[in-house]
Design a protein around this ligand. Structure first.
Ligand SMILES: Nc1ncnc2c1ncn2[C@@H]1O[C@H](COP(=O)(O)OP(=O)(O)O)[C@@H](O)[C@H]1O
Ligand SMILES: [Mg+2]
Length: 338
């Protein structure tokens, strides 16, 4: 694998405003995004996400540290970096009096994509974004969702090495958000390296192969969503037990079940719960078959089983000492893209 984005010890200090203190927005950030990855920067407002994207996209200068994108230094080779990247949904001016296809062709010519290659790329993108049937319609007649898909396509015409998306679903209704998620997954699967920022846990969890959790200009922890959730310790498995009627029947079923679980590897805790027993294990998917094998039979009847994995919320809480959401409530929402 090769690094498409390579960032070493990036620092950004914004100078003090009138009477204020300088703001250390990035306090030494280091990470790598590999080709083909869907990489996420997850953190609350003010964490430094937009600052990072702006530096990588050559729209702002770092105070110190190095960053390369597609092998090019963002400070020394800014013009070539700009050609190598895509910035999604930067409210490019879609031309209402041109068709969807014409819009893409126009952007492609601006990027100097050679004509035969451009035709093929535009066909590909119209297909990928579900706009093939509407390709000849004027963009002025497009729905909001269609415009968004065309916006995404315009960022991809020149086959960027990486597509940057800064909080792409901020402010969208749930239905539009889910539609956009599907579009982003399709773009990623078609081979584009993705760099997305978000403060939505679920979004990072659903979309990203790997996530860096950022807080106050630093990366608190990074990894795959699955590893991060696992790293904080345990999954909860709730096992409901069938039992005859009677005052002590549940208690004796619980006692029997707990007795059978003693000595199984990977069980962190096991205790009675409202409908049966609750078991904490390192990895529920791995542990459940063994749990069920051990419990089944002779006076113990399993009537239900639910697993709850930790969420990235739990991860943020563990590493940053508070919930992302509580933070959100205290700060005004940013508006706009940059
Ligand atoms: N142009 C600026 N001048 C001064 N401070 C800024 C500027 N842009 C951002 N900041 C500050 O830098 C920090 C990080 O901001 P930002 O990168 O926008 O975070 P995020 O995108 O994660 O919400 C915040 O404290 C913010 O107030
Ligand atoms: Mg931001």
């Amino acid at each position: 694998m090769s690094a498409v984005v390579d960032v070493v010890d990036l620092v950004k200090v914004y100078p003090a405003g009138r009477g204020g203190e300088p703001v250390r927005a990035l306090d030494g950030i280091t990470f790598v995004v590999e080709a083909g990855e869907f990489f996420g920067f997850l953190g609350p407002n003010g964490a430094g996400k937009t600052t990072t994207i702006r530096i990588l996209a050559t729209l702002a200068r770092a105070t110190s540290g190095q960053a390369t994108v597609a092998g090019l230094d963002v400070a020394r080779d800014a013009a070539r970096v700009r050609v190598a990247i895509g910035l999604a949904m930067q409210t490019v001016a879609l031309e209402n009096l041109l068709s969807g296809r014409e819009n893409l062709e126009m952007i492609g010519r601006l990027h100097r994509v050679p004509a035969p290659e451009l035709r093929q790329r535009v066909d590909e993108l119209l297909e990928l974004m579900g706009l093939a049937d509407a390709a000849r319609r004027l963009v002025g007649t497009y729905s909001g969702g269609m415009r968004r898909r065309l916006d995404l396509a315009t960022a991809l015409v020149h086959r960027p090495a990486v597509l940057f998306l800064d909080e792409p679903t901020e402010g969208l209704d749930p239905q539009s958000r889910m539609a956009l998620w599907e579009e982003l997954v399709r773009i990623s699967r078609a081979g584009t390296t993705m760099f997305l920022t978000t403060h939505y846990m679920e979004e990072a969890d659903r979309l990203c192969d790997r996530v860096a959790i950022v807080d106050a200009g630093r990366i608190a922890v990074e990894g795959t969503p699955r590893d991060l959730k696992r790293s904080i310790g345990s999954d909860a498995v709730e096992i409901a037990l069938g039992h005859p009627d009677g005052p002590d029947a549940l208690a004796s079923a619980q006692e029997a079940a707990l007795g059978r679980l003693s000595g199984i590897d990977g069980i962190m805790t096991a205790e009675p719960s409202a409908a049966g027993i609750a078991v904490a294990v390192a990895d529920a998917h791995a542990a459940v078959p063994a749990l069920l094998r051990r419990l089944d039979g002779d006076g113990v009847r399993v009537t239900g089983l639910t697993m709850r994995e930790p969420t990235l919320d739990d991860v943020f809480l563990r590493y940053c000492g508070r919930h992302i959401r509580a933070e959100e409530a205290d700060r005004p929402l940013e508006t706009g893209w940059w």
